[in-house]
Design a protein around this ligand. Structure first.
Ligand SMILES: [Zn+2]
Length: 233
């Protein structure tokens, strides 16, 4: 038993329960391939349940690339390109919907905000790379008239989260690697009651480039009117 720590034990036990509980036909439809309906680019934050937030409990439905700050890009020899985790399902698995999913209280956006306002990189280098890719987004946001820089830091961070979602969604829409018929949606997952009182609501903040909640509301069923909100001016 040496080396079998508490967490490892939890993993083994958890997976054992998973195996026991799965219906026999759970993977039947996806034995030989996948055709996920959506690629959902999330922040890796442990408080953001990537499939569960969409009510999904079956395999093959959501392609789930994630990183700190839900960034759709990567850098390759100095060039900013759309990340392979986003492009793979679009080019090779028939996916024609992309969702960029930020979340309230994001640590990556907070770190980028601190760097943009004169603070230190959090380190180590592997973290700094992804924080630094967010810094220009934050700087652009702070110079725009969409963010209230006089507000308390928590409010500013949450506005920056939404701005970043819009920015990432725009990057996808403008990329030649993303076909024009791919729908791009932006969401902010709110587990803190920032947008409203519904913890766990993924607020739709961007619908194929449209960011005004009243315009977005016209594009979705009436019953979801309150699921589109914006913290930006
Ligand atoms: Zn985050």
């Amino acid at each position: 038993m040496s080396g079998t720590g508490d967490v490892l034990l939890e993993l083994l036990e958890g997976n054992h329960s998973h195996v026991e509980e799965l219906p026999d036909d759970y993977f039947a439809d996806v034995q030989t391939g996948q055709q996920p309906n959506v690629v959902s680019i999330c922040c890796s934050d442990s408080r953001v349940p990537q499939e569960r937030m969409w009510g999904v409990d079956h395999p093959g439905a959501v392609f789930t690339p994630s990183n700190i700050g839900n960034q759709v890009w990567d850098e390759d020899e100095g060039e900013q390109i759309v990340d392979g985790g986003v492009l793979y399902p679009i080019h090779h698995a028939g996916t024609d919907v992309a969702a960029v999913v930020g979340h309230t209280g994001c640590g990556a956006v907070t770190a980028a905000y601190q760097v943009a306002t004169g603070g230190e990189n959090p380190g180590p280098q592997g973290v700094d790379k992804w924080v630094e890719m967010l810094v220009p987004v934050v700087e652009e946001a702070l110079e725009s008239d969409l963010v209230d820089t006089e507000a308390d830091e928590e409010t500013v961070i949450n506005q920056l989260v939404e701005y970043n979602v819009d920015h990432q969604a725009a990057f996808l829409r403008e990329s030649e690697d993303v076909p024009d018929d791919v729908d791009v949606y932006g969401f902010v997952y709110d587990f803190q009651g920032v947008y409203g009182n519904e913890h766990g609501r993924a607020y739709l903040v961007n619908h194929n480039g449209e960011t005004k909640p009243e315009e977005i509301a016209d594009r979705i069923p009436d019953e979801y009117e309150t699921a589109t909100q914006s913290l930006l001016y």
